[in-house]
Design a protein around this ligand. Structure first.
Ligand code: ATP
Ligand code: NI
Length: 333
């Protein structure tokens, strides 16, 4: 049902084995997605967004990656599932859409065959239903002449068409959750809007939950119901979309909003967040590392509140947690 919990991630921590040492990529991530909800996960490059997505679908190499915590889909624990079960869930319950559709398609196979194969694996459909189902899926993602497209090879299609095909593949088995990692980043604006519409239509029709990973706050404003902001492997703030745009709490969220080229103050110079996301080896999960990158926070250095702030764990900014709110200085000041 719409609004019921679909995905619950609890204290998800992922570490990578790097040069013989375990380094933490994401730390204590809590995220929930309801049936029919679009949750946008935003943050700079390297903040850990894809790492979270990969841990949900179990697509990591267990010898080099350690995932702890809990991720449940409709109550079923996904962490440490045997491969076979993992594959089944990945094919039937979770659909994936990534940035580069060409990489995800087999160049030597016609589109129709590829979709048929996705259906084949899970043998829900009888052989004679395949063709109809393939056409139906292509139709569902807004492809105008599905018979023709089914007969084409990936290289014969435009980028936008290929991404529609990828979505058709992702929804082939009616998943409950779609994970879309930068699904429109490589596309131009008009096509981008069309692809997002396709995803929203599927959500409306099937109450699919969607985890949408994006850099683009314009996209977030357009399609998300709620937003989680990730920085240096942690969720620093999450909120319903309108609340986040109207009243961002964490300084990082504020910086992100300021650095968004589509923000209203078009006459202002585009704000660039100084510095970069720390490397894994520099991360300290007991400190709010972002504060080092907020110049206007330095002005408050004398005030005792900033000491608290520096020591505060980012989770304290998560709405709903009782924590003192403080007044940030005007960011333009
Ligand atoms: N398999 C891996 N082994 C080692 N380090 C990794 C691995 N996967 C990710 N990392 C590191 O974890 C951090 C987070 O990476 P991740 O790809 O999740 O970020 P992201 O937010 O998705 O970035 P982008 O927006 O560029 O896609 C980075 O420092 C990255 O180098
Ligand atoms: Ni990524």
């Amino acid at each position: 049902m719409v609004g019921d919990d679909l995905l619950n991630a609890n204290k998800v921590t992922v570490s990578f084995l790097i040069d013989g040492e375990w380094q933490t990529g994401i730390y204590d991530v809590d995220l929930d997605i309801a049936h029919g909800e679009v949750l946008a996960l935003v943050g700079e490059s390297g903040s850990g967004k894809s790492t979270f997505a990969t841990s949900v679908i179990g697509l990591h190499n267990p010898n080099q990656t350690k995932v702890t915590g809990s991720i449940t889909l409709d109550g079923k624990e996904l962490i440490d599932l045997p491969d076979e079960e993992q594959n089944k869930i990945r094919g039937e319950k979770i659909g994936m859409v990534f940035q580069d559709p060409l990489a995800a398609l087999n160049p030597l196979m016609k589109i129709g065959q590829q979709i048929q194969e996705a259906l084949d694996i899970h043998d829900v459909y009888q052989k004679d239903q395949y063709y109809d189902r393939v056409i139906e899926l292509l139709n569902d993602v807004g492809i105008v002449n599905p018979q023709r497209t089914a007969n084409q090879y990936p290289h014969e299609l435009s980028g936008g068409m290929r991404q529609r095909v990828i979505i058709a593949l992702a929804i082939a088995n009616d998943p409950d959750l779609i994970i879309a990692d930068e699904p429109t980043t490589a596309l131009d604006t008009t096509i981008q809007a069309q692809i997002l519409d396709v995803l929203l239509e599927i959500r409306d029709r099937k109450d699919t939950g969607i985890l949408l990973i994006t850099h683009d706050l314009g996209v977030v404003a357009e399609v998300a119901d709620s937003v989680a902001v990730m920085y240096a492997g942690q969720i620093v703030e999450k909120a319903p979309v309108q609340e986040l745009f109207e009243n961002p709490l964490h300084p990082y969220t504020r910086s992100l909003l300021r650095s968004n080229p589509k923000a209203e103050q078009a006459d202002d110079e585009l704000y660039v967040i100084p510095g970069t996301v720390p490397a894994l080896s520099e991360m300290d999960h007991h400190k709010d590392l972002f504060l080092q990158r907020v110049p206007w926070m330095q002005d408050q250095a004398d005030e005792d509140i900033s000491d608290d702030l520096v020591e505060a764990k980012p989770q304290h900014f998560v709405r709903g947690n009782a924590w003192k709110t403080f007044e940030f200085q005007d960011e333009k000041g």
